[in-house]
Design a protein around this ligand. Structure first.
Ligand SMILES: [Zn+2]
Length: 370
């Protein structure tokens, strides 16, 4: 099949794409009409049929004003579409991927909604199963990321996908709806979509020239390291989640841990959003942020509950004793998460303590409200 200069034909399964690059609209029209005629002749010569009514066209240009443009395909006029879907990606004339991001965010949000019905915050599947299920909407959003990664540099487009990711992350770790996106993603170990898309783009670009398996692995390793560095910087810059970042100091170890499940109780302690007077006061539920379980006159927050509150002295004493038995001598803010990450026993002991204390606090709260 002979096509005019500057025209390319790409066939994929039953999808045929004709791409034409030209200096002027008139040149596009002329070359496309010739190419479409040549293509139609070839399709007939191999005894295939051409679906003229399903044929669509789109023009990629920076021009704001355009005269009407149509192409001729066997007597059928093919006009320009505002968007065009090709191999699962929605393209628009400005290559902004605005329509694509809107549609995938909508689709992923529907999936999160359906999966959320299976995951109540209290009870329901464990974190590992939640993470597996919630990886589905993230995969839906990440499709074709190397192509549209740059479009997430625009704040409102990024906000659309972040909203979905936040909803999925909150469900993964059974967190309160007030937990910020940064903290929800950190607790759920869900890499921010914006950074993940940039990583996919980086690997995709590098793979064009790198073919050796060892070099490919190196490219992927470097891209992941760079992603984590960017995430660390993003978290350090974030005004939210200070307490969670104080607890989780080593992002790599937190991300790569092989044990430990978050649950409704542990997440409350690690996010600060839960049964703490300080949080309840901020939400307008309690009149005072001061702890109502002891007489120390301090604000009731995760730090006070875990390390200072006299009301939990016995439970804390038992925890510290059990931690000593597995070789953990320090029990403070700095050592808490490192102890959880070091051994599964450490994680389970601390998780058990937080569950016991938060349950008692919640029961006391319900009794006070009754
Ligand atoms: Zn107290």
């Amino acid at each position: 099949m002979k096509l005019p200069t500057g025209v390319q034909c790409i066939c994929y399964a039953d999808d045929t794409l004709v791409v034409c690059c030209a200096e002027s609209i008139a040149e596009v029209k002329q070359k496309m009409d010739m190419a479409l005629e040549a293509l139609a002749c070839w399709i007939e010569s191999v005894e295939l049929s051409l679906e003229t009514t399903k044929t669509e066209a789109i023009l990629f240009t920076t021009r704001r004003k355009l005269d009407p443009l149509t192409f001729n395909l066997r007597g059928v006029e093919v006009g320009l579409s505002r968007t065009l879907k090709y191999l699962g990606i929605w393209y628009d004339g400005k290559m902004s991927f605005r329509e694509h991001m809107r549609k995938v965010a909508e689709k992923a949000n529907c999936i999160v909604g359906r999966l959320s019905c299976l995951m109540r915050n209290v009870g329901g599947p464990r974190e590992a199963k939640r993470r597996l299920l919630m990886s589905v909407p993230i995969s839906v959003m990440m499709y074709g990321a190397p192509i549209w990664a740059d479009s997430l540099k625009t704040a409102y487009r990024r906000a659309e996908v972040e909203k979905v990711q936040r909803r999925a992350a909150l469900r993964c770790v059974s967190a309160y709806r007030t937990v910020s996106t940064d903290v929800a993603c950190l607790l759920a170990r869900s890499l921010p979509v914006e950074l993940l898309a940039a990583e996919r783009r980086e690997v995709f670009d590098a793979m064009k020239t790198v073919k050796v398996k060892a070099a490919v692995l190196r490219v992927k390793r470097n891209a992941r390291r760079s992603l984590l560095e960017k995430w660390k910087a993003k978290l350090a810059y974030s005004e939210k989640g200070e307490w969670t970042c104080v607890l989780i100091r080593d992002l790599e170890k937190w991300m790569n841990r092989s044990h430990g499940q978050l649950n409704f109780h542990l997440t409350q302690v690690m996010s600060g959003h839960g049964c703490f007077n300080r949080y309840l006061h901020k939400m307008g539920i309690k009149g005072s942020p001061v702890c109502s379980h002891c007489d120390q006159g301090q604000d009731d927050d995760p730090r006070h509950t875990l390390f200072e509150c006299e009301a939990w002295r016995n439970e804390r004493g038992e925890l510290v004793g059990s931690l000593r038995e597995i070789g953990e001598k320090e029990y403070n803010v700095e050592s808490l998460v490192p102890m959880m990450l070091r051994t599964e026993e450490g994680w389970n002991l601390i998780s058990g303590f937080t569950a016991m204390v938060t349950k008692k606090k919640m029961h006391a709260e319900w009794a006070a409200q009754a």
